[in-house]
Design a protein around this ligand. Structure first.
Ligand code: ADP
Ligand code: MG
Length: 170
């Protein structure tokens, strides 16, 4: 995008009530810490596309989000490349004071899914419950997933171990 297009896109986003949050990190540990901050911004239900090149740190970020939700230790969170869907049960602080509310965290990788027909067999409708946070790697491949999403987290390498993380909530 050109500078003008960028400014235009920002103005459109602002008018539409879109919220963006930006983080920069310089190590995997810092990305896990950023995951904690992002988890605090995600009230279920959320369905987000997790976008970025291989090695950008998407799975590392999910480790942080899962840890913050008391859903899994970072070591237990691995890439769902072959299993397609990983589910973790956690909890989050509800908006109305003290109590903790259960949350189902789903981490998906659609890289190996070919076409909307095959996508249907995954049953995304069943995952997107009122208590769920769904994070979908390679979700941008599918128009139906883009339509369904509440926003996205985009990760990019900015040289060496530096990463930029942008969360956009519609
Ligand atoms: P993806 O899921 O996007 O393919 P991973 O999280 O599996 O990426 O891998 C990211 C790799 O980059 C890991 O080996 C991690 O240790 C390394 N790394 C280095 N710096 C960072 C950083 N700032 N944030 C996240 N990962 C980083
Ligand atoms: Mg990954």
């Amino acid at each position: 995008m050109t500078t003008t297009e960028n400014a235009k896109a920002e103005a459109v986003a602002k008018a539409a009530g879109v919220k963006t949050y930006e983080f920069t990190t310089t190590s995997a540990a810092e990305t896990i810490a950023a995951g904690h901050k992002i988890a605090a911004l995600l009230t279920p239900p959320k369905f987000l596309i997790l976008r970025g090149d291989l090695g950008a740190g998407k799975t590392t970020l999910v480790k942080g989000i899962a840890e913050a939700l008391n859903a899994a230790d970072p070591d237990e969170v691995t890439s769902p490349t072959f299993t397609l869907i990983h589910e973790y049960e956690g909890e989050y602080k509800g908006a109305h004071g003290g109590g903790k509310t259960p949350v189902d965290l789903y981490h998906l990788d659609l890289y190996r899914i070919e076409g909307e027909r095959q996508l249907d067999t995954l049953g995304l409708d069943d995952l997107a419950t009122p208590d769920s946070i769904v994070l979908v790697e390679w979700g941008e491949k599918f128009p139906s997933v883009i339509r369904r999403s509440d926003g996205e987290i985009v990760m990019s390498s900015t040289g060496g171990d530096a990463r930029k993380i942008v969360l956009t909530l519609k």
